[in-house]
Write a protein that binds this ligand. Structure first.
Ligand code: ADP
Ligand code: UDP
Length: 235
């Protein structure tokens, strides 16, 4: 599998075409951004960690019946994936208050919910990914009702699998963002699951092991990513 033309360069990954129109190669960068691109930096080693962690998790999710875009890990930073038409929705699941939720609801961070929440943002950088509900998505033809139903069911399933898995690593899964795409009439999980897209707190120390260290200038960002990676025990 070989990289051809660069299709898209995003904030955290480059996406290349291949000789197969159904297959893309994603290349994970060390670049980090926050606050819709306002804050920029580098997290050394992040690309390889996020690539390998995403693939490890996607394989676990596949075993639990959640279809994903994963085809094959090519090297530390690069993976062949099924080319999907990304649904322009950021799907966010939360188990504890944090980030924009805590701010909006006037709550401190780290309060455990009685049950998980699910929310959508419209994936649009110019608008700063605004919060929307499923009626907006339907009204604007961002997704069909069937797709929203599939996304909702998969998102809670991903949460169940990840929560249990991170529990075993002494980590609380606070919240996370996932993306889905259309692939030959099916909705499948795409993009990534990594400390860039999840909030992960050590159960004992409540230490943040995720991108909030970069967002909030807490220091020790590289160490936090490496800590999560080492707990995963990926060979
Ligand atoms: P951003 O676009 O937010 O800066 P990235 O740097 O992570 O994000 O860029 C990767 C882009 O590739 C994202 O827009 C993501 O939606 C898209 N993408 C992820 N997986 C696939 C896939 N399987 N097929 C097509 N596009 C994908
Ligand atoms: N998230 C993400 N990309 C985004 C926005 C959020 O991966 O563009 C993740 C974020 O890392 C967190 C979860 O989604 O795990 C919820 O984020 P929140 O809405 O609290 O936004 P934030 O506080 O990051 O602005």
């Amino acid at each position: 599998m070989e990289k051809k033309e660069l299709l898209y360069e995003g904030k955290a990954k480059k996406v290349y075409k291949t000789e197969d129109p159904d297959v893309l190669i994603v290349s994970y960068k060390d670049d980090a951004t926050a606050f819709n691109g306002l804050k920029k930096g580098t997290i050394s080693g992040k690309g390889a960690i996020n690539n390998r962690m995403t693939n490890f998790i996607f394989r676990k999710l596949e075993e639990k019946g959640i279809p994903t875009h994963l085809i094959q890990e090519l090297n530390d930073r690069e993976t062949a994936v099924k080319k999907v038409e990304i649904l322009p929705l950021e799907v966010i699941v939360r188990n504890y208050s944090a980030g924009s939720f805590a701010k909006k609801m006037g709550m401190e961070e780290g309060i455990k919910f009685s049950r998980p929440t699910l929310e959508f943002s419209y994936k649009n950088d110019d608008l700063g990914d605004p919060f929307i509900n499923s009626y907006y998505a339907l009204a604007l033809d961002l997704a069909t009702q069937e797709e929203i139903d599939a996304v909702t069911e998969y998102a809670f399933l991903v949460n169940d699998v990840l929560k249990e898995y991170f529990d075993g690593l002494n980590i609380d899964l606070i919240d996370f963002k996932i993306e889905f795409g259309r692939y030959h009439g099916q909705v499948i999980l795409a993009d990534e699951i990594s400390p860039d897209t999840c909030r992960l707190w050590d159960k004992d120390t409540r230490q943040k092991l995720d991108k909030d260290r970069f967002r909030r200038d807490l220091g020790g960002t590289e160490d936090a990513y490496e800590e999560v990676f080492s707990r995963l025990g990926i060979q």
